[in-house]
Design a protein around this ligand. Structure first.
Ligand code: 13P
Ligand code: SF4
Length: 344
């Protein structure tokens, strides 16, 4: 008899794909093992799905999921989106409980906007390495060195950093945010690549902080060139967290939700996608006649992939893990987030 902990570990996206028969060439090796080891695994999963639906009703909860989440989490969520879209949903929801299937800064942003609601992050450890690259002493030092500059902070940051910023931005509105503010010098934190991308569209002096996304750094210009050579008719769409030499090669640069819009509206039939692979699930589902290829193999954000149906069910069952922000920090951070929401 397989141990329940192993069962949970194995009930992953690729495994499930195998069970359901959509895996090319039949069931995946994991699915085969699982079938022999535990004949009830499909029932187990269906029970989880039913439990999540029933707890969601009982708790008056809404499930928000980022576009990089596992397929089954996107499937069960009430709303999927990019950071900007999900921030708006978190601010507008009438639910009492927001279960944020994403990483810590996303749930924290929901808690900043909706302090009267209970915000849950199903996996406590799901963080964002880029957000962790800046801390308060470093930001204060940077501000002290450039007292004439305004601070624009990517939402991929902690509440503490947002609280010390003039305004926040996401990948969807960074250019508009920078151009909207009344300062000619901008300290842009924490993403260096997004900062350099924005600098292409403004006359303001951009002072980038040195953070980056390890997942987007897996996408090299050499790999992208190879992908383009293999599929010369495909459009290359990349996220602005990519390295500048990757961005130089792209046909279109946008946020994750921008990619759904671009794919739906474009006449092209084939696309090379330069961002985390979770996005491929709905791109393919919503555009069955088009073809989508990752720019390179294994563009995965390990933190985004931590959330499984088990963790989601446990989150609603035990009302964990609550994300709260100390009131003084929350109020200051909210100003920076609200300013962003006013701009775009
Ligand atoms: P989006 O806001 O474009 O969804 O990006 C969030 C993120 O973490 C990208 O790595
Ligand atoms: Fe952070 Fe990169 Fe993961 Fe987005 S993909 S959450 S920026 S580590």
């Amino acid at each position: 008899m397989i141990h329940p902990a192993d069962l949970r570990r194995m009930l992953t996206h690729s495994f499930r794909k195998g069970i359901r028969g959509s895996h090319a060439g039949g069931d995946s090796p994991q699915a085969e093992i699982m079938k022999r080891a535990h004949p009830d695994y499909l029932k187990y999963q269906d029970d989880l799905i039913a439990e999540i639906a029933s707890l969601k009703k009982e708790r008056n909860a809404v499930i928000l999921a980022h576009n990089y989440q596992r397929d089954e989490i996107q499937e069960i969520a009430d709303i999927c989106g990019d950071s900007l879209g999900l921030s708006r949903q978190a601010a507008a929801t009438e639910a009492d409980v927001i279960v944020f299937c994403g990483v810590h800064f996303m749930a924290e942003t929901a808690a900043i906007l909706s302090p009267q609601k209970t915000v849950l992050l199903p996996v406590e450890e799901a963080g964002c390495p880029m957000a962790d690259m800046i801390d308060l002493p470093r930001l204060l030092e940077l501000k002290a060195g450039r007292p004439d500059a305004a601070v624009v902070t990517y939402v991929n940051s902690s509440a503490e950093i947002k609280a010390e910023s003039d305004i926040c931005c996401t990948s969807a509105n960074a250019v508009n945010v920078v151009n909207s503010i009344d300062a000619s010098k901008i300290i842009f934190t924490p993403d260096r690549n997004l900062a350099l991308y924005v600098a292409r569209f403004t006359d303001k002096e951009i002072i980038p902080y040195d953070g980056f996304c390890p997942t987007h750094h897996l996408i090299s210009a050499a790999a992208v060139k190879r992908a383009r050579a293999e599929r010369p008719d495909a459009k290359l769409v990349v996220h602005p967290e990519c390295l500048p030499d990757v961005i130089d090669l792209a046909d279109h640069v946008c946020s994750t939700s921008g990619m759904y819009k671009y794919a739906a509206e474009s006449d092209a039939e084939e696309f090379i996608i330069g961002t985390e692979m979770g996005i491929l699930y709905r791109l393919r589902k919503e555009n069955p006649e088009k073809r989508f290829h990752p720019a390179t193999r294994h563009i995965l954000c390990p933190n985004m992939k931590m959330t499984t149906l088990d963790w989601l069910a446990q989150s609603l069952r035990y009302m964990r893990f609550k994300v709260e922000v100390p009131e003084e920090i929350r109020r200051k951070a909210k100003k920076a987030v609200d300013r962003m929401l006013e701009v775009a």
